[in-house]
Design a protein around this ligand. Sequence first.
Ligand code: SF4
Length: 132
Amino acid sequence: MSTNVTNTLQFNCTTCPSECLLTVEVERDVNGSVTAARSVTGNRCPRGDKFAHQELTCPMRVLTTTVAVFGGDEALLPVRTAEAIPLALHAQAMDLIRGLVVDAPIRMGDVVLEDLLNTGIDLIASMNIDPA
Ligand code: SF4
């Protein structure tokens, strides 16, 4: 006899600006961990179904933060990952990024850190910074 239980979750798909409200029926094991997504509804396109499964197994987010600048007309440079990375890596990534100092000038889109935590995703500048 299976001891798994099912329940329903609701969250928004963040893949596009429509932000469809997804209703996902999930199966959980005795420890409460999600073992399967049984059904996804509320998505207006197939990407919502993919998002729901990703969200339940390995949620991904774009990381945005700032790094210190040396010799620039601004003290801090806004940066972001070029694509979403696993949410589980964000704290570790922040530990790494906190110690970074970049030299001005910097152009938007410049790579600040290649292959962040071996994700294959670069950390890039989100604005221009000119020399002081
Ligand atoms: S389900 Fe499709 S239309 Fe809805 S938010 Fe996700 S990507 Fe956009």
